[in-house]
Write a protein that binds this ligand. Structure first.
Ligand code: COA
Ligand code: ZN
Length: 309
């Protein structure tokens, strides 16, 4: 049987948070409902953040209340603090994605918290979810580099991962917030974290800011990672990370893994059909490649002079 890959579709959150215009709530709901029918394992539907920080997702509660839940999909919300966790739990999310930054500078710019300040709040946030079936993931932004500070030492990431594991999180996402990672770095860190924490469900979250998104995802898979965040059309980016641009594109990632004989659980045609609706939704072209080129199995008629023989 083909090896299984799990896709967490983050366009509704990472994608829409940075768009120049607010996508109306009914359109967000329609997007999430369409994505729910494509076979993705999870959808990061929104974030419960300060509406002043992320005005595009100020309608998080209404979005969660409006979507039609698919039984095979886990609906995730990103939360930075206790208030976010309370709101997300009240909205009935399946998973809380606690966010912190690996670097002090990005943490302060994005969340007004250093990683250690975030970690100090997570214990209470996790306690809020205790007794429910809600799973807990933590996303570590700037894991592979910080747009303000540059290199983030692997030892710092391992220290944060250790602290999160001690808090009892179910999973951790290593995030390359502004596309600074390279495949060798991704491979080495993923192998190290898997070796030290085989109990954790690890996910890779990469941005294609410098064209290394798919290469980094492939390197992570070769290192043993089978869970990936990706955004439809390659939307995405953190508004508080200068130079941020789109996530690795979901349909391109699914296409790559499927052509390699892996099972993503995703109906690629269904996903491509949703991707085709994106430019009208966001009002601009999007970076995805396969939606423009077609699958690699696409064939063209021979030119007439060849066909004639
Ligand atoms: N949901 C709704 N409102 C919230 C909130 C939440 N989770 N957290 C804080 N607020 C509100 C407070 O009620 C307060 O409102 P007021 O000004 O009307 O009184 C205001 O936001 C400021 O609250 P405070 O606790 O002082 O937060 P802050 O200004 O220090 O900002 C964060 C910290 C974490 C709330 C904010 O930086 C944030 O939401 N960041 C998210 C960034 C993000 O999602 N980036 C992209 C993903 S990586
Ligand atoms: Zn991101």
């Amino acid at each position: 049987m083909a090896q299984r890959i799990f896709i967490n579709e983050v366009a509704p959150r990472d994608g829409l948070q940075i768009e120049a215009r607010f996508v109306p709530t009914p359109d967000k709901i329609a997007l999430i409902d369409a994505l729910s029918r494509t076979g993705v394992a999870k959808i990061e539907a929104t974030s419960f953040t300060s509406p002043k920080a992320i005005p595009n997702l100020a309608d998080a509660g209404d979005v969660m209340a409006g979507i039609t839940r698919h039984e095979d999909v886990d609906y995730v919300a990103l939360v930075p603090n206790e208030r976010g966790a309370e709101r997300a739990l009240a909205a009935g999310v399946d998973e809380l994605n606690l966010v912190l930054s690996a670097s002090d500078s990005h943490g302060l710019a994005n969340l007004r918290m250093t990683p250690w300040q975030s970690l100090a709040r997570f214990e209470h946030m996790i306690a809020l979810a205790r007794g429910s079936n809600v799973s807990i993931n933590a996303s570590i932004s700037t894991t592979f580099g910080c747009p303000f500070e540059g290199d983030v030492p692997a030892s710092r990431i391992l220290e944060i991962v250790r602290a999160l594991a001690a808090l009892g999180v179910d999973g951790i996402t290593l995030c390359d917030t502004t596309g600074m990672a390279n495949p060798q770095q991704v491979s080495a860190l993923c192998k190290d974290v898997i070796k030290r924490h085989p109990e954790l469900l690890l996910t890779l979250h990469v941005h294609d800011t410098r064209g290394m998104g798919l290469a980094n995802a492939l390197a992570a898979w070769q290192a043993g990672i089978i869970r990936f965040d990706a955004a439809l059309g390659g939307l995405g980016g953190c508004p508080f990370a200068p130079g941020a641009s789109g996530n690795v594109c979901s349909e391109d990632l699914v296409h790559m893994f499927e052509t390699m004989g892996l099972d993503t659980g995703v109906d690629l045609d269904a996903l491509l059909a949703v991707a085709e609706t994106l430019p009208a939704l966001v009002g601009h072209e999007v970076p995805g490649q396969v939606v423009k080129a077609g699958r690699s199995s696409r064939r063209y008629p021979l030119p007439a002079h060849v066909a004639r023989g």
